[in-house]
Ligand binder design. Structure first.
Ligand SMILES: Cc1cc2nc3c(=O)[nH]c(=O)nc-3n(C[C@H](O)[C@H](O)[C@H](O)COP(=O)(O)OP(=O)(O)OC[C@H]3O[C@@H](n4cnc5c(N)ncnc54)[C@H](O)[C@@H]3O)c2cc1C
Ligand SMILES: Cc1cc2nc3c(=O)[nH]c(=O)nc-3n(C[C@H](O)[C@H](O)[C@H](O)COP(=O)(O)O)c2cc1C
Length: 739
């Protein structure tokens, strides 16, 4: 509901909101500009009596003195029978500049208030303000859902590109949007008389006045009591009219001053309606509070960015839903694909699966998860591709799926497989897919294969899942999923160290430097960005030759080290790992960086337990290399043979000596007394428990199998302490980077 609201209101007032935001931002600069151009003399200690006296002496034909909210003092008088408006220095009454109320500012003001269309423009502007209020509320609700609650509304945003920018700008500007839109709506209601502003409340003009001689203004008791900072207007009486008096308005009310006695006659303080009006006017315009004006202007200045990124997001979402041909009807199909998607990106995966199955002559029906039928006559397999949104919730096209399952009775005649799409950066990774899997388990439907999860639309993981499907269906399934092209950069191999040949685990430490300088972009050359920006623990995506699908490798260095280092285990028949192992010094590869912000040690004083095996040591070495603070780090590393694949052997010694590493525990699995990394953990149970009591964080990198074994060992270690892995995961103290 909130997302539709956000979309429809955003579209209906798109252009007007952009115009109003730009004009509002321009107007917000004026109070600050006025402030900057004020005379530096300290006039705020002066009373109105002092200032008026001096002005009257210098400009005997003065009609009115105005003090603007910016602090400027303007006087109106006649010179050679011509009206003149002049800004003066209140301390000396010297002229500063002619005062011009019209011009660019009033042009922008008219545009902002009414789009030059008078009342109909004012109504349009008010509708845009209402739309902005709804956009702010619905947007805030969506961000809160996305981040996992209102309490962590302002937390760092996950995601990337336009989406991240859209949320970040929204978070930054939310309060400003609420203030600007609510105050704009109020001012519209006032203008059209729906709300009282108290402006028509005036003091009674004094009767029976007969001025015979005027008191020196400096001696006026009433004017002496009013500070210049509180003055708004002082209008002088007509010199030829003995019944006329001074009219004065201040920040707190209005009244009249008797010219002969200098006494106040009937001062009326502003009523509540007027005070509210003035407060809201000040909030909207920043009048009198230049910094508030600038801040609001800065926030409304975010609107064009939000509009462009919002439009991009909408466009991308539309584009992501591919056209699918040869869809069989639900009752004729033998394979059913249900898609639960919000932003449509899962549809490209679903299409690849659909087309691959059709290629194998299956009859395939594909539709949204919400459109599940109660019964399928011919189906033998159902694939459920489900993404997760809003703190573990169902996406739009699957929000009725679980209720629909409730009304489908009995056990299905087909087998099912769930594939979750999500993002590990969210606390509830693929939670909706997990819920679906659980529900189907409860219903005792038959599983074709275990649920798998695809992180950040990884083409690589999808390909691997496809290979498992092919095995289950016993067909040579080819899925042609084309990942979105990523901007890549060329890097060249600068050094390599090869390990593990003897123990059938060929693994190389590959170090890359900037590629051919001629091919760098102008920006990269200008700013010397010869390496992309990355941190140890991030991932580098490498696009192998003859494939569009990038493979990811964990980074063992940060760009500050001046090189990009990875450890690559050569897989039998593997395309990318094979090509990387075949590289010679100077050879170039195409790469992009995929940030992995969750897989980073907390930079506090608590110990860090680093656990890895084989190439999984890569990011852990990066953390050690950077540990100049000597945070207590403990390494548990598994490899096969000290003579063959003991990666980083000499560096580990160096880090121990430099106190970057406190203890190291190496397990060798191909020697006489073979041990695995999980054995090292269980052997070291007491010191691990002591580290846990000190609030240690655990970081694991390597294969899924190793990570599973490590989890079993850690459960054994932690159980007597009453600590669960789940709790540790939720609090960011059990981090895994497994593949
Ligand atoms: C987040 C993440 C981090 C990673 N970090 C690292 C890392 O730091 N170091 C590392 O080494 N790897 C890492 N990987 C794994 C890496 O991305 C690749 O999956 C791996 O290098 C295999 O890619 P490939 O192109 O060589 O194999 P692919 O060509 O993609 O093949 C995939 C699998 O199929 C098998 N295969 C392919 N063709 C054949 C064939 N004809 N016959 C038999 N088997 C075949 C391969 O053995 C391989 O196991 C990571 C993966 C992820 C997702
Ligand atoms: C606003 C928002 C909230 C998300 N919430 C989650 C979440 O709670 N858990 C998760 O695993 N992924 C979450 N994701 C990631 C998506 O599930 C992931 O990008 C998925 O591939 C999107 O597929 P779709 O475009 O088909 O909907 C979220 C993404 C967005 C934009």
């Amino acid at each position: 509901m909130y997302s539709n609201m956000h979309k429809y209101f955003g579209f209906s007032t798109y252009i007007i909101i952009i115009i109003l935001s730009i004009s509002g931002s321009v107007l917000s600069v004026f109070p600050a500009w006025d402030r900057l151009t004020l005379p530096t003399s300290n006039a705020s200690v002066l009373s109105v009596a002092q200032v008026a006296q001096r002005i009257q002496q210098e400009y005997p034909t003065v009609e009115q003195i105005k003090r603007l909210a910016s602090g400027k003092v303007i006087i109106y008088y006649f010179e050679n029978e011509q009206p003149v408006a002049e800004q003066i220095d209140p301390l000396t009454a010297a002229k500063i500049a002619p005062y011009e109320a019209v011009g660019f500012k009033s042009w922008v003001t008219k545009l902002h208030r009414s789009l030059f269309l008078d009342d109909s423009g004012r109504i349009l502007a008010a509708f845009a303000a209402l739309s902005m209020l709804i956009l702010s509320i619905s947007g805030a609700k969506l961000v809160a859902k996305r981040n996992g609650g209102w309490r962590i509304f302002f937390n760092k945003v996950q995601g990337n590109g336009s989406q991240k920018l859209h949320v970040q700008f929204g978070q930054f500007a939310l309060v400003g949007f609420l203030i600007s839109s609510i105050t704009a709506i109020y001012m519209f209601l006032v203008t059209f008389g729906f709300v009282q502003d108290g402006l028509n409340q005036v003091a009674q003009f004094p009767q029976n006045i007969n001025v015979t001689s005027q008191i020196q203004l400096i001696n006026s008791k009433a004017l002496k009591q009013i500070n210049l900072d509180d003055l708004r207007e002082l209008t002088f009486p007509y010199p030829d009219d003995p019944t006329d008096v001074f009219a004065i308005s201040t920040n707190s009310g209005a009244g009249y001053v008797d010219p002969s006695t200098g006494e106040m006659l009937g001062f009326v303080p502003y009523n509540l309606a007027r005070q509210i009006y003035e407060f809201i006017y000040m909030l909207h315009t920043g009048r009198g509070i230049w910094w508030l004006g600038l801040m609001l202007g800065l926030t409304t200045g975010c609107i064009p960015v939000l509009s462009v990124t919002g439009l991009l997001l909408w466009w991308r979402k539309r584009k992501d839903r591919p056209k699918i041909r040869n869809i069989s009807s639900a009752q004729k199909a033998d394979k059913i694909i249900l898609v639960g998607s919000q932003d449509n990106s899962s549809w490209a995966f679903a299409k690849a699966l659909h087309d691959g199955l059709v290629e194998q002559n299956f009859k395939v029906h594909i539709c949204e998860m919400n459109k599940i039928a109660n019964h399928y006559k011919n189906a033998d397999t159902m694939f459920i591709l489900a993404s997760t949104y809003d703190d573990g919730e169902a996406p739009k096209s699957a929000n009725k799926f679980l209720q629909k399952l409730d009304v489908i009775s009995g056990i299905a005649s087909f087998k099912y497989a769930v594939l979750g799409f999500g993002d590990k950066q969210f606390p509830k990774y693929c939670k909706f897919a997990i819920n679906v899997e659980q529900k189907l388990n409860e219903k005792a439907w038959q599983q074709l294969m275990q649920m798998e999860r695809i992180n950040q639309q990884s083409a690589q993981a999808f390909e691997q899942w496809g290979q498992k499907v092919a095995v289950e269906l016993n067909v040579p399934l080819e899925m042609d999923y084309k990942p979105k092209p990523r901007a890549t950069q060329k890097l060249a191999l600068v050094s390599r160290q090869d390990f593990g040949q003897k123990v059938q685990a060929p693994t190389s430490i590959l170090r890359f430097g900037p590629g051919n300088a001629k091919k760098l972009s102008i920006i990269a050359k200008l700013f010397n960005l010869r390496l992309p920006k990355f941190e140890a623990g991030d991932l580098v995506g490498i696009i192998p030759q003859n494939s569009d699908t990038p493979r990811f490798y964990s980074l063992a260095s940060s760009n500050r080290d001046g090189f990009l280092e990875i450890c690559v285990r050569k897989q039998a028949g593997g395309l990318c790992s094979g090509q990387l192992h075949g590289l010679e010094i100077g050879d170039e590869i195409d790469v992009f960086i995929q940030p992995n912000p969750k897989f980073k040690p907390d930079l506090d004083d608590a110990p860090v337990i680093l656990i890895g095996a084989g190439a999984g040591i890569a990011p852990l070495t990066g953390f050690l290399r950077q540990n100049i603070r000597q945070q207590p780090m403990h390494l548990y590393f598994g490899c096969r043979d000290p003579q063959s694949d003991f990666l980083y052997e000499s560096e580990i010694d160096d880090w121990l000596k430099a106190k970057k590493l406190e203890t190291s525990h190496i397990a060798f699995s191909r020697i006489e007394q073979k041990t695995y990394v999980q054995d090292c953990l269980t052997e070291d149970v007491e010191s691990l428990r002591s580290l846990m009591r000190q609030g240690a964080q655990i970081m694991i990198c390597g294969s899924k199998n190793m990570a599973n074994e490590v989890e079993v060992a850690m459960k054994f270690i932690l159980k007597p302490m009453g600590i669960s892995i789940e709790d540790m995961r939720n609090s960011g103290r059990y981090l895994e980077d497994v593949y």
